[in-house]
Design a binder for this molecule. Structure first.
Ligand SMILES: Cc1ncc(COP(=O)(O)O)c(C=O)c1O
Length: 359
């Protein structure tokens, strides 16, 4: 038997989440965001699964787009940060990638492309996040310039929301007001894209012609504080097994640095998964895992290949029992919260050594 740490990916759940997404915004087309290896879920399998239902895929760079094309994915692909260098322009032309243009340097690079080439571009406007995009004051002029350029087949307008996951903030509505003011000035009226997952979930007025869901496709709640259940199904489950059990006395320690001390006679299960598998090292004692239908707390420091769990209160815990580190019973957001990070980070930094199994 091989090492039991494994990532299971539920492709039916993925399809169901895209359907949920579409139901929430039936007028919008969907750009499924599959960057960073589909948030660690495996971009090829995810794109193959969604190829017929997503209207477009979004990736962060042309290399990620190429990976999909090489597997025969013909769905339109948007490069969210556009082209970085000349190679990207070449690939974008050859593969028909759609491009975000967010900066003067990209306009300059477009201007030296042969006039025989044509690109579908998404002009990015900065409505307040100040990460990428032209200021609203610049956009009217850039829009006109793009429309007049022979190399431009179409222009759409895109912006990104900074705080859609925090509904108590009015920032999203301020961004939307800024965006709407800008759109009034543009002729002809372009197609536009605003909403990420949190926009789709919590700000119905951010759903426009094209939505860009990422995290919600993977069944992870996009809201900063657990939002209302909208029926998303976790796609990824991270499992391993109990590989050792030890009865210890009160006063004894578990793990590196003696960071956890038993307050009573305790049964400690050692689980074959650690930070070398992507489980966060800074998950403190008390972070839950799921064994045989019950929650049990991580005890002591997470090591590279293993972590320990106090299973004293479980009715049953045996060698070989399956342990869910996150998945359908413990959300990755819960583990992330314990570790002081976000679910996005945990799923995107899983190493290759943990095999992915798809079903
Ligand atoms: C420009 C852009 N659009 C959409 C998304 C998807 O966001 P989310 O995963 O929160 O839905 C991202 C993700 O970071 C992004 O950068």
């Amino acid at each position: 038997m091989s090492r039991p740490a494994v990532i299971e990916i539920d492709l039916q759940a993925l399809k169901a989440n895209l359907a949920t997404c579409k139901q929430r915004a039936p007028q919008s087309k969907t750009i499924a965001v599959v960057k960073a290896d589909a948030y660690g879920h495996g971009a090829i399998k995810v794109a193959q699964t969604l190829a017929e239902t997503a209207d477009m895929f979004a990736v962060s760079c042309s290399e990620e787009g190429m990976l999909l094309r090489q597997q025969g994915i013909v769905t339109p692909i948007l490069l969210l940060e556009g082209c970085f260098g000349l190679d990207d322009w070449q690939r974008a032309y050859e593969q028909g990638f759609q491009l975000v243009i967010h900066h003067q340097a990209q306009l300059d690079a477009l201007a030296v492309q042969p006039e025989t080439r044509q690109f579908d571009v998404w002009l990015k406007v900065d409505t307040g996040m100040h990460r990428l995009g032209f200021s609203p004051e610049q956009v009217t002029e850039v829009y006109a310039r793009l429309l007049a350029d022979k190399r431009v087949a179409s222009v759409k307008i895109i912006t990104h929301l900074a705080s859609a996951d925090t509904p108590e903030s009015d920032f999203t509505q301020r961004q939307l007001a800024c965006f709407n003011r800008l759109l009034e000035q543009l002729t002809p009226k372009p197609q536009v894209s605003v909403a990420n997952s949190a926009g789709i979930v919590a700000h119905a007025n951010s759903a426009r012609d094209w939505n860009r869901p990422g995290i919600m496709l993977y069944g992870i709640d996009p809201m900063a504080a657990p939002g209302k259940d909208i029926g998303l199904i976790p796609v990824m489950s991270f499992y391993s097994q109990i590989i050792a059990l030890h009865q210890i006395e009160a006063g004894e320690y578990v793990g590196y640095g003696n960071a956890w001390q038993a307050q009573r006679p305790s049964l400690i299960a050692t689980v074959a998964a650690g930070y070398g598998d992507g489980y966060p090292r800074n998950a403190p004692s008390g972070t839950p895992v799921f064994i045989n239908g019950f929650l049990a707390p991580v005890t002591g420091r997470v090591s590279m290949d293993m972590l320990c769990v106090d299973v004293t209160d479980l009715p049953k815990a045996e060698l070989g029992d399956r342990v869910e580190l996150w998945g359908k019973h413990i959300s990755v957001n819960k583990v992330a919260e314990c570790a002081g990070t976000i679910g996005y980070e945990l799923v995107t930094r899983l190493p290759q050594r943990v095999p992915r199994q798809y079903f």
